[in-house]
Design a protein around this ligand. Structure first.
Ligand code: NDP
Length: 241
């Protein structure tokens, strides 16, 4: 199956690796970003990928943006909901804005991005939706009550949506990365990072390509019987059931 794919947060980190991998598989990929024009424009230039700028937590922007992608490129057959942010702080110090920012970008975006494309997929009786959750949505993480809640929500969203759409030829799966070497993890202080790496059995951070290969498999015909699943890719750090 090839066609048009949307990758949110597709210009940096894990999303950039996914965009490149899907392009290599023959997809025409629209990479969505929000604020970092310099990184996005460089990515577009170097990889010959069309980029689109909107906020995935803004429902109206997602409606308008997905319509623009479909008008310019064609019907979307693959949606990778990857964009995400952190606002780490202990819960007893957490502000409402820290909660809302993380919940809206990581979880509201699942609704805002998927709702506009799912009806077309249902009509065409084919589609793939891949949602990027996190190890910390599976196990919880100190300083990340907001992020852990949002990423656990992504798993529930995935499982329910998978059931609603299985008979329509659409698969919906989640990927839970462990700690991956991107800008997001670069924000973590070095001593904390060293402590984290010491808890990863393979002894290192993951690479964005190692998440992209999981997404590529889920998108491929090889994964046609796989829906509602949560694929854990974390170097053995947390063995979830
Ligand atoms: P990065 O911070 O490296 O990149 C985030 C990407 O998301 C950027 O392209 C950014 O755009 C985009 N983005 C952020 N907010 C919005 C928004 N409101 N609207 C549109 N685009 C937005 O993140 P990672 O690559 O590290 O993470 C990707 C996903 O993987 C996230 O969902 C994250 O939670 C998850 N994850 C990451 C892990 C890790 O260790 N790195 C571990 C587990 C899960 P712009 O460049 O314009 O800012």
């Amino acid at each position: 199956m090839t066609g048009i794919a949307i990758v949110t947060g597709g210009t940096r980190g894990i999303g950039a690796a996914v965009t490149k991998a899907l392009k290599k598989e023959g997809y025409q990929v629209a990479a969505i970003y929000h604020g970092n024009d310099v990184a996005a424009e460089r990515f577009a230039r170097e990889n010959a990928v069309p980029i689109f700028k909107w906020d995935v937590s803004d429902e109206a922007a997602c409606l308008e943006g997905t319509a623009r992608v479909e008008q310019e490129l064609g019907p979307v057959s693959v949606l990778v909901n990857n964009a995400g942010i952190t606002r780490d702080v202990m819960f007893h110090k957490m502000k409402w804005e820290d909660w809302r920012a993380v919940l809206s970008t990581n979880l509201d975006s699942m609704f805002a991005m998927t709702r506009p494309v799912i009806e077309g997929m249902r009509e065409r009786r084919s589609g793939r939706v891949i949602n990027i959750s996190s190890i910390n949505g599976q196990k919880g993480q100190v300083g990340q009550v907001n992020y852990s809640s949002a990423k656990a929500g992504v798993i529930g969203f995935t499982k329910a949506l998978a059931q609603e759409n299985a008979a329509r030829g659409i698969t919906v799966n989640a990927v839970c990365p462990g700690y991956i070497d991107t800008d997001m993890v670069a924000m973590v202080p070095d001593e904390v990072k060293a402590k984290i790496v010491s808890t990863i059995p393979v002894g290192r951070l993951g690479a964005p390509d190692e998440i992209a290969s999981a997404v590529t498999w889920l998108v491929s015909p090889m994964a046609s019987f796989c829906t509602g699943s949560v694929l854990t890719v974390n170097g053995g750090q947390y063995i979830a059931n």
